[in-house]
Design a protein around this ligand. Structure first.
Ligand code: ZN
Length: 560
């Protein structure tokens, strides 16, 4: 056996977006914690050496405790958590059990339960001692000792892969996910549980967060995890707060073994105050992590951009806009144009129909105008691209501005980009309607008011959340349902994406506002009032992407 390397490997490009600008944050256990300036991923750089990791993963690391009583306690807790994971996975998949692979299966707590639930199980485990234990517990399941890349599994054989508390340990998370993609069957499910830097415990404890430790090499949050999954060929991603089943007794033992200043003494005091029965009771706790459910899709060699054009009474500008759009090329992207025409009264429909036979254009005709939001939603439902852009049929927005926005998406730096109309240089450029000073003032004050309201209600720092320049990955929409039909759809889209865990990025763009005389379709009093109502509603409305996924997956045919 070769001696493990004592060298600490340096990360040259961000694990998720491949950016190369990292900010040093602080040191944890003698390792530098850095943040990618482009996508926000946090990771150790350099990583611990093989020799250092080997010492950390000593025999006791996987056993959980030095004593038999401690191990039994840990096992009970793990079993209860595993049971709840299985239930949630079944809910997401909506189909019968098949072949399951768990990477990092430990002593087989999860596999044993899965076997009882009629899964045909395979485990991969790094620790020899844990492997032997797991083999004894399984009926027909197999356990491979070693790491995923060494296991030489054949392609497309598993229906489900489970990685619980594993992704943060691997040296190259994207390569790891791509290997999982390879061994899953088409449409196979991936379940990931990993610590998250946007969990409440991370926000509260900051540098003292218990998950910052030498063997945790990468720290995801909702957005970076979804981007990592997207880039490795997974779609239909649902992310939920990661809960674990814990008892106070277990938590107390954990913090005795891995003391954290302030937290350990606090837990001890609470434990002493409670009777034994309550200390041992199992509870579902939202802890420091996230859980993600995803589905394997075929990797598209040439990504597609879907451009959605809602067109209603735009006869004056529609032809020029289409001409510009068809001329437009975005390097590396195929373009699919979806025009949704809502039975205009000014002849726009005839102009739209001229593109009916253009192979790059999909024409959708609505029977009657039901609002711009409705038209955009119709377009979204017909879109098949990887990325989505919504293009008004007027010429208010400069198409050349889209390149910079799309670049952020394609690289994986963001999932959702807004083109801000107040880029430093053009602060005074917006909303100056010639000869309508009073109106300009009214609109600008309104803009400031609504921006502030959004920032306060949803804890954001937007400069221009109401821009029509929005590009986003289409997979972001999975699990969301929309109901707004008018201009309020813009709010609904933005806010629901934020509430699903995305952090939109703002970039400056060019902008020339239309005056009301030129046909801006906003109604000055009625619309702002309805926006106010919409924002309050969006703050309160329950969104439940898992429930939507459950319904969609239950409805699909068995071999889809
Ligand atoms: Zn990055």
């Amino acid at each position: 056996m070769t001696q493990p390397s004592g060298e600490r490997p340096t990360v040259k490009a961000c694990h998720v977006c491949e950016g190369t600008r990292f900010y040093y944050l602080f040191s944890a256990a003698d390792y530098r914690v850095v943040r990618c300036d482009d996508c926000g991923l946090i990771f150790l750089n350099p990583q611990p050496s093989d020799a250092e990791l080997g010492r950390i993963y000593g025999a006791n690391y996987f056993l959980g405790s030095e004593t038999e009583a401690g191990r039994k306690l840990a096992r009970d807790i793990k079993k209860a958590t595993a049971k709840s994971y299985l239930t949630e996975i079944a809910r997401y998949r909506g189909r019968a059990p098949g072949r399951l692979l768990e990477i990092g299966c430990g002593e087989g707590d999860f596999l044993e339960l899965a076997e009882a639930a009629r899964w045909k199980v395979t485990g991969i485990e790094y620790s020899e001692a844990a492997c032997q234990q797991a083999r004894r517990r399984l009926k027909s399941g197999q356990v491979v000792c070693g790491e995923l890349q060494e296991a030489n599994l054949s392609s497309a054989q598993f229906d489900l892969c489970v990685i619980s508390d594993v992704l943060e340990h691997v040296r190259s998370p994207l390569n790891f996910l791509r290997e999982i993609h390879r061994v899953l069957k088409p449409g196979g499910t991936l379940f990931v549980a990993t610590p998250s830097t946007d969990s409440w415990s991370a926000r509260l404890l900051k540098q003292k967060w218990m998950e910052f430790k030498a063997e945790h090499l990468t720290y995801f949050d909702q957005q970076t995890l979804q981007t990592a999954l997207f880039k490795s060929g997974f779609r239909e991603v649902i992310v939920e707060p990661g809960w674990k089943i814990l008892s106070l007794e277990y938590v107390q033992k954990h913090f005795e073994r891995f003391p954290v200043p302030m937290v350990t003494p606090f837990v001890n005091v609470v434990a002493r105050l409670l009777p034994t029965g309550m200390r041992a009771r199992h509870r579902r706790v939202v802890a420091s992590g996230i859980m993600a459910f995803a589905q394997k899709t075929a990797i598209n060699p040439q990504p597609t951009l879907s451009v959605i054009v809602p067109a209603y009474n735009e006869a004056k500008t529609f032809p020029a806009m289409m001409e510009a759009l068809l001329r437009k090329e975005v390097p590396g992207l195929r373009m699919e144009i979806i025009v949704v025409e809502s039975n205009s009264t000014d002849g726009t429909r005839d102009l739209v129909l001229e593109f009916k036979n253009n192979p790059r254009v999909k024409v959708i005709l609505e029977e009657r105008p039901r609002g711009k939001g409705h038209a955009v939603r119709t377009g979204l439902a017909a879109a098949t691209g990887d990325y989505v852009l919504i293009q008004d049929a007027d010429l208010e927005y400069d198409m050349e501005d889209y390149d910079a926005l799309l670049e952020q998406l394609i690289g994986g730096r963001s999932a959702f980009v807004l083109g801000s109309r107040h880029g430093g240089r053009k602060v005074l450029k917006m909303r100056q309607f010639t000869g309508q000073t009073g109106l300009s003032l009214f609109v600008n004050v309104g803009h400031w008011f609504f921006t502030t309201l959004v920032n306060v209600l949803f804890l954001q720092r937007f400069r221009d959340p109401f821009t029509m320049y929005k590009v986003f990955r289409r997979d972001c929409l999975f699990g969301l349902e929309f109901e707004c039909n008018r201009f309020d759809f813009d709010y609904e889209l933005l806010i629901k994406l934020i509430r699903k865990g995305y952090r939109p990025m703002e970039l400056p763009v060019n902008y020339r506002s239309r005056s009301y005389k030129e046909g801006k379709k906003v109604r000055l009093i009625r619309d702002p009032l309805s926006w106010l109502g919409t924002l309050v509603w969006l703050r309160c409305v329950k969104i439940d992407p898992m429930k939507v996924a459950e319904r969609i997956h239950a409805e699909r045919p068995p071999d889809a």
